[in-house]
Design a protein around this ligand. Structure first.
Ligand code: AMP
Length: 419
């Protein structure tokens, strides 16, 4: 299958070719013709599947057909995070570079006035995070009455982040008759309910989930004592001469601390998370992308939707509480056909989380002990000693026991994780 066969116009084909794309990804192959027909879409597709082009290309084509004199937004794309909004907007600019459509992006954390100016000058495509869009709507600086196409990108994450009420308020500002595209990495009852309320006879498109289809991502678990994780990470980065590595921590504080510690180990690092200003987040991402910083330490929310081409290494410094987040995390590597490596540093306390992830993936992640760092007798001893107190609260003590099925998985998310 080629892009030509999907019915895209020459200006879009040349933009796609300039990006070096030769074949459409599965989600593009299935979504583009349906959107061009004007139908609604419910697509199960994660970041890394090429979903942005799957909606951006046909939207550009549809909007290009007619010119709007007023230039009120005719396509509205809602995203959960500022980073994703910025990246989706970039994609519209890239793919639409040979067309005369205007696109802009609005998100919080930066001044509202420049955004107002851009909106005043007129746009065809508006990419927005829900909160800032409502600010503009409240101030009368955006008119959504001409929206023909609505995209909810990473809808599951928008719900996770509590945007449901904002989304509903935005819906009320849109014309009733419009085309709707909903992209979500996961299907939950909440997503189904949202889709039922918004989509009209949608085409259901599901592409192989990256977690299951990600043959080009090598996954690996390194067992390690909790207190030695940072040392092991520095060791892996230096030994392997890893030049670009995205590291996940569970907390903002943990991300900051780890970035500082890596710096003191002589590994260039910066942290990205919700407490940082937008300018700092943008700078951190730019430094990481251009190679001036080797390690980007991120929380799940901050990393969601980051578009970093061919990221070679992802490290789970701590396993996520929710198994699906593991899938999102490792989806950041091995993208669009290139090979990647996803490494998890797992201490004994995280064994149950690992079990949950493996159950979701329906596979056993290979375990590789790194000499000098694994749960040797000494660290197990130390762990035991540290955890003596907890035993009296009835928690199972499990200093070793990798690959062992936990007898009780209920406690895994509620207790006992040191940060
Ligand atoms: P997305 O899932 O939209 O975040 O896209 C993931 C990455 O794949 C982005 O870096 C795109 O530039 C890239 N990409 C999208 N479509 C294609 C394609 N057909 N061929 C190669 N790379 C692509």
């Amino acid at each position: 299958m080629s892009f030509e066969k999907l019915g895209l116009r020459a200006e879009l084909l040349s933009a796609v070719a300039a990006e070096g794309y030769t074949t459409p990804t599965p989600v593009q192959e299935r979504t583009i013709p349906v959107v061009l027909e004007g139908r609604d879409v419910l697509a199960g597709a994660q970041t890394g599947t090429g979903k942005t082009a799957a909606f951006a290309l046909p939207i550009l084509q549809l909007l290009n057909k007619a010119d709007s004199a007023m230039r009120f937004p005719r396509a509205l794309v809602l995203t959960p995070t500022r980073e994703l909004a910025a990246q989706v907007h970039e994609s519209f600019l890239t793919y639409g570079r040979n067309l005369r459509l205007r696109s802009t992006v609005v998100y919080g954390g930066v001044g509202i006035n420049p955004q107002m100016d851009k909106l005043r000058r007129g746009v065809d495509i508006l990419v927005a995070t829900p909160g800032r869009l409502l600010d503009h709507a409240g101030q009368g600086t955006v008119n959504l009455s001409k929206v023909e196409i609505l995209v909810l990108d990473e809808a599951d994450r928008m719900l996770d982040m509590g945007f449901i009420h904002d989304i509903r308020r935005i819906m009320k500002l849109l014309p009733v008759k419009r085309q709707n595209l909903l992209f979500s990495a996961t299907y939950s009852d909440d997503i189904r309910q949202l889709a039922d309320g918004i989509l009209h006879k949608p085409e259901l498109i599901e592409v192989a989930r990256r977690n299951i289809a990600a043959e080009n991502v090598t996954q690996m678990v390194h067992p390690v004592g909790h207190s030695r994780k940072r040392e092991l990470l520095s060791h892996l980065i230096k030994q392997g001469d890893w030049q670009q590595v995205l590291v996940f921590t569970r907390t903002k504080h943990g991300a900051n601390r780890l970035a500082t510690q890596l710096l003191s180990d002589g590994v260039s690092a910066t942290a990205i998370h919700g407490n940082k200003s937008q300018a700092a987040r943008t700078r951190a991402l730019a430094d990481f992308k251009n190679g001036s910083v080797r390690t980007l330490v991120a929380t799940d929310i901050a990393a969601r939707g980051l578009d970093i081409d061919r990221l070679p290494h992802v490290v789970n410094f701590e396993l996520p509480n929710v198994p699906e987040d593991y899938v999102h995390r490792i989806g950041r590597t091995g993208r669009a056909g290139s090979n990647g490596m996803a490494v998890s540093l797992v201490c004994a306390e995280e064994e149950e989380l690992l079990t949950g992830i493996q159950r979701l993936l329906k596979l056993t992640i290979p375990v590789k002990k790194i000499e000098g760092f694994d749960h040797d007798a000494a660290s197990a001893q130390a762990y035991k000693a540290e955890r003596q107190g907890e035993k009296s609260f009835g928690r199972r003590s499990s200093p070793s026991g990798f690959n062992r099925r936990p007898s009780n998985t209920r406690n895994s998310q509620s207790k006992g994780y040191r940060r």
